[in-house]
Design a protein around this ligand. Structure first.
Ligand code: SIN
Ligand code: FE2
Length: 232
């Protein structure tokens, strides 16, 4: 396997330089991205079956859909939610809602396997007592991408974000507190869990366009579960 080195620019020189193996490193290791942010390699892999069932169940009750941004663009990533509240976007803005606008019903409950995994990941990353009440489920088709953004629609920034990657690998961009700060390009593969909180909670992040690939878990797709304490 060809080792890849991720060299950071300018202000990020203070951050760790990651030396990773070509999108294949799922060995249970931990990569620190900066203080407060780390990747737990392969952390979710052993629960992939239960996670797949959980995502299926959520999507049956609250189907994946392409949301419209306030600027009028259709997002390339398809989304749904589970938990007390769900993140949505439409012409009027971004927000959390207790009901799914598509069905008019409450979002499905957060499956215990997802909640528990997120709690354990947060704990492993040094964040005790993480109590997520929102789980955004993202589904990436080939070429789908998520532009650089901050997660800032939550009421409480003291809780971390836990983000679980499943299926086709992706390049995750992890930047600074300003949009123009240099970004670190982090390969995320099936089962990897990123946790960021504390001083890293408001760092910009995004996902580069998904490459055409096949993965036994989900064919050509990538799924991502993002857990947050959205309401207090
Ligand atoms: C997000 O920022 O909501 C998703 C990140 C990801 O898909 O890895
Ligand atoms: Fe995000």
């Amino acid at each position: 396997m060809r080792p890849q080195t991720f060299q950071l620019g300018r202000e990020n020189e203070r951050m760790t330089t990651l030396s990773l193996f070509d999108a294949e490193r799922s060995d249970g290791g931990v990569d620190e991205l900066c203080p407060g942010a780390m990747v737990l390699r392969g952390f979710a892999a052993r629960r992939e079956r239960e996670l797949a069932q959980a995502v299926d169940g959520v999507a049956r009750a609250a189907p994946f859909r392409h949301l419209i941004t306030p600027g009028g663009y259709r997002m390339s990533v398809a989304m749904t939610n589970c938990g007390d509240v769900g993140w949505i976007s439409d012409e009027t803005g971004y927000r959390y809602e207790a009901c799914d606008p598509l069905t008019g019903e409450r979002w499905p409950d957060m499956p215990e396997v997802i909640r528990e995994l997120a709690r354990e990941a947060a704990m492993r990353a040094g964040f005790e007592r993480f109590a997520p009440n929102a789980c955004l489920v993202n589904r990436y088709e080939p070429r789908a991408r998520l532009s650089l953004h901050q997660d800032k629609d939550e009421q409480d920034f003291s809780a971390p974000i836990v983000s679980v990657s499943l299926g086709v690998p992706a390049a995750f961009l992890f930047g600074g507190l300003r949009r123009k700060d240099p970004t670190l390009r982090v390969p995320l593969t099936h089962g990897d869990v990123v946790v960021w909180g504390g001083p890293a909670r408001l760092r910009y992040h995004g996902v580069l366009a998904l490459k055409q690939a096949e993965h036994p878990f989900a064919g050509a797709l990538r799924y991502n579960l993002t857990l947050r304490t959205a309401v207090t």
